[in-house]
Ligand binder design. Structure first.
Ligand SMILES: NC(=O)C1=CN([C@@H]2O[C@H](COP(=O)(O)OP(=O)(O)OC[C@H]3O[C@@H](n4cnc5c(N)ncnc54)[C@H](OP(=O)(O)O)[C@@H]3O)[C@@H](O)[C@H]2O)C=CC1
Length: 639
């Protein structure tokens, strides 16, 4: 029997299957299997915002003008930006001092761009929606749909008084630290739509935040023959309702009634969109490379009585979030109060870490434990697939063969039943992906599947080929710190180097919300809330000490940053189960497994997330705040 790193399940047959299925999927070209979109005219539409009303924006007074000097400049108006702004205000800063820049035409980030039919959040809305206590808001459903989340994002901005402080349609291109002025000089390009030229704006800011999210750049695989395809096509993150019919708030896809539709990809997005497509398409072909694990959703409207109970104690939102984190970190705090599919995946700790420090010699034992705690869940999900999907051959193909931490799990009540419909065909590519396209078909293993519309549910680039993984790279901003230090070059050379995962030495007054070298959980909002509050408190205390002259600088010391890197490194072995995972964006399509040089491995481990789990990370930050010394930061002011 073959052995593989990170594979040690109790059942040797399953263990072998995991290894075999993974090996089918490892592609020598790694990240090169995806297009460089900047070079591709075919996908230029991904740069366009289909939802924006340019004329209305062009008539309005912009929130930022060329030459402005602002106190806080936040790049990103998604949950990261919203939470940064709200937490700055909670910490005593004024909404009037905040400005936000976002390439989108509104608040919401991923919930602004993604408007595909079926869009929802599979993390319970009661913990996922930010600031629920302060907002006094009751989500409509246990799992919120996209339109509600987008509207809620706008409501947050209104309630906290910064709705008119955002410059939308604007991309931040570069930011340079001016050590004499104690300011970031930031170049922004405002896109004023097809009828007007773009506008270049230069602003200065005392503090800058990069909160552009992690999965925001649509990814398209290299598909031989794409240039010959004569049908219509689009990526899920720019859903084209002109082609399908319906709208972002009305998922009546009546234009598909007479159309043969193909969808490539079966990740979390496709799992939500496929049931909607299945309702309308004349025929739907689902092209699958790797099945998602799809467990029960259990969607229901929020019961106001239950809501009263959930919200009866102050601090419930955080407590509920912590309970969720503890369950999926395999360190439950009491009973599982959410008790849904997500919260029962204790083996997700393989990805997000768990309490305790794993020493190198204990790695095999640690990974074996992870597999053991995943095994029943994985078997149950596979058994459910057989129960729901009537055709046994199709059911087999829909079963996932990898541990739960290797790929993001999915939850849906209508996804698997869709494969019982006569107008839906699963085309499994046996881990290889589609061969390519002809002028009217998708080709898999030599068979052509004729289609009129192709939907690319092929995900997002978390890391690009040769990229540094820095916040600057993620945001597409050239960041130059003190003494000309280029953030991307620095991270390429040294790997991730931060204090607490939120700031780096050499880049004063610049912050971001992890995830590298920070604690993370599957509920992104929790992490963003925690980190933005952490940073806001640092700045409030920093200004309390040196005064709000407008010249205060807050910078991590090199020594503190190095010490933090060491602490991260000490905890990285908890994440050893990721080695040998089936390829996905989580392991840069398997590229990370190919790193064998010990120094490079060390750099990667030092730049990983906080392997001891989010609760441990929270404890460390709490103890740090309790000391009240802002240890590791150099605070200067009034110069
Ligand atoms: N909170 C929520 O409810 C939701 C969250 N999300 C977030 O967004 C993330 C991204 O999800 P998603 O948009 O689905 O992207 P994913 O990266 O998860 O999925 C991309 C899909 O495209 C497939 N694919 C890529 N290239 C090819 C090819 N050449 N041939 C065939 N198939 C191919 C992949 O196969 P393979 O697996 O083999 O690589 C995979 O199934 C999620 O992991 C999650 O974090 C998304 C939706 C809902």
């Amino acid at each position: 029997m073959e052995s593989g790193p990170g594979v040690a399940v109790a059942d040797p047959t399953i263990r072998q299957k995991y290894i075999d299925e993974r090996n089918k999927r490892v592609r020598p070209e790694g990240l090169k299997q995806f297009l460089k979109l900047a070079d591709s005219a075919e996908f230029k539409y991904l740069d366009d915002d289909p939802w924006v009303d340019h004329d209305a924006f062009n008539r309005a007074t912009p929130a930022i003008a060329d030459g402005d000097d602002v106190k806080f400049l936040l790049v990103g108006a998604g949950f990261g930006g919203l939470l940064f702004a709200a937490n700055l205000i909670k910490a005593g800063f004024k909404a009037a001092d905040i400005r936000i820049v976002d390439i989108a035409g509104g608040f919401g980030g991923t919930w602004y761009w993604n408007r595909y039919p079926g869009l929802m959040c599979d993390v319970e809305s009661y913990i996922y929606l930010p600031l629920l206590e302060e907002m006094g808001y009751m989500p409509k459903h246990r799992y919120a749909y996209g339109p509600e989340i987008r509207a809620y994002s706008e409501q947050i901005a209104q309630k906290w008084g910064f709705a008119d402080k955002a410059l939308f349609r604007a991309s931040c291109r570069s930011a340079q630290w001016d050590d004499a002025a104690k300011r970031w000089t930031i170049d922004i390009t405002e896109n004023r739509g097809p009828k007007e030229p773009k506008k270049e704006i230069k602003v200065t800011a005392q503090y800058m935040f990069i909160a552009t999210g992690t999965l925001n750049a649509p990814q398209i695989p290299v598909l031989p023959g794409f240039d010959k395809f004569k049908g219509q096509h689009f990526h899920t993150s720019r859903w084209n309702y002109d082609i399908t019919g319906g709208s972002d708030v009305d998922w009546t896809l009546e234009k598909l009634k007479e159309k043969r539709v193909g969808i490539i990809g079966t990740g979390a997005t496709a799992v939500q969109a496929i049931p909607q497509l299945a309702k309308w398409a004349k025929h739907l072909y689902v092209f699958q490379r790797t099945p998602s694990s799809v467990d029960v959703r259990g969607q229901r409207p929020t019961d106001p009585e239950e809501w009263k109970n959930i919200t009866s104690t102050q601090g419930w939102h955080r407590t509920r979030g912590e309970n969720f984190n503890s369950q999926i970190s395999n360190a439950p705090i009491g009973e599982n109060i959410i008790n849904d599919g997500w919260s029962r995946i204790s083996a997700y700790s393989g990805l997000i870490g768990s309490p305790g420090i794993v020493t190198p010699e204990k790695i095999p034992e640690h990974v074996a434990k992870l597999h053991a705690c995943d095994f029943d869940r994985a078997e149950n999900v596979r058994a459910r697939t057989s129960e729901v999907v009537k055709d046994p051959a199709t059911a087999e193909k829909l079963k996932h063969w990898y541990p739960s931490w290797c790929k993001r799990p999915a939850f849906h009540d209508e996804y698997l039943p869709a494969f019982n419909l006569r107008n839906v065909t699963l085309v499994d590519t046996d881990g290889k992906g589609v061969d390519g396209l002809t002028e009217d078909a998708v080709v898999v293993k030599g068979t052509s599947y004729p289609i009129d519309v192709l939907i690319l549910s092929t995900g997002f680039a978390l890391r690009v080929e040769g990229g540094s993984g820095s916040p600057a790279q993620g945001a597409g901003v050239k960041v130059i710190g003190r003494d000309g230090l280029d953030m991307d070059q620095q991270w390429l050379k040294e790997g991730a180097e931060t204090l607490h995962g939120v700031t780096s030495h050499g880049f004063p007054n610049l912050f971001w919300p992890g995830p590298l070298q920070a604690g993370v959980t599957a509920n992104f909002t929790f992490t963003l809330a925690m980190l933005s509050s952490h940073i806001a408190q640092i700045l409030a205390e920093g200004e309390r000490r040196v005064g709000s002259s407008g010249k205060a600088t807050v910078e991590a010391t090199k020594a503190a940053q190095d010490a933090w890197g060491f602490e991260v490194l000490m905890r990285a072995a908890s994440l050893a189960g990721m080695s040998g995972c089936t390829p996905s964006y989580l392991n840069s399509e398997g590229v990370l497994d190919k790193i064998t040089d010990p120094q490079a491995q060390m750099k990667m481990a030092r730049g990983s997330i906080w392997g001891e789990g989010i609760a441990s990370y929270q404890d460390v930050l709490k103890a740090w705040h309790d000391e009240g010394e802002l240890k590791g930061f150099e605070i200067k002011g009034n110069v």
